[in-house]
Design a protein around this ligand. Structure first.
Ligand code: CO
Length: 166
């Protein structure tokens, strides 16, 4: 495994539409393993392939809704499609490609997606709360969209400082 460089919002790659993954080969496994290592190191909750400069429809989301003390699994979504949403949540969002910037974004409270795993098998996954938010955010990256386009408003420096002191 190797760390990959995370591109930031100045990079035109982040505004392009990623292509479907067609080959579930060793290169894909390598990409996913590298993304996993990069995500863990970064301290984020999700990472999409275009953020490491690869325009393919692959994204990782850390499932944070686990019992206390349990390990948080990293879910690998290849060619994901959202097939169901329910409700709405409003909350603060950030992005590894926009360090230091946070904004208030409305997202569905619950999201169900259909996707392929690293071997090409289809599965369905349901996320609530932060996981639902993260799935929407990461899948948006695959269509060239950043959360910054969807913010109702950005947090002020003051608010960011207050929330980091909590
Ligand atoms: Co992001």
């Amino acid at each position: 495994m190797a760390l990959r460089n995370i591109v930031t919002k100045e990079d035109p790659l982040l505004y392009k539409t990623s292509r479907e993954v067609e080959n579930f080969n060793i290169r894909l496994q390598q990409l996913l393993d590298d993304m996993k290592e990069t995500l863990i190191k970064s301290g984020g909750v999700g990472l999409a392939a275009p953020q490491v400069g690869v325009l393919r429809r692959a994204a990782l989301v850390i499932e944070t809704n686990v019992q206390y003390g349990e390990e948080e699994p990293i879910i690998e979504f290849i060619n994901p499609v959202i097939i169901e949403t329910e409700g709405v949540q409003e909350g603060t969002e950030g992005c590894l490609s926009a360090p230091g910037e946070y904004g208030i974004v409305k997202r569905p409270a619950r999201v169900k997606a259909r996707a392929q795993n690293r071997y090409g098998a289809w599965f369905e996954y349901e996320g609530v709360g932060l996981t639902a938010r993260c799935m929407c955010h990461e899948f948006d990256h695959l269509d060239g969209h950043l959360f910054l386009e969807k913010c109702d408003r950005m947090l002020t420096k003051e608010e960011i400082r207050e929330s980091s002191e909590e």
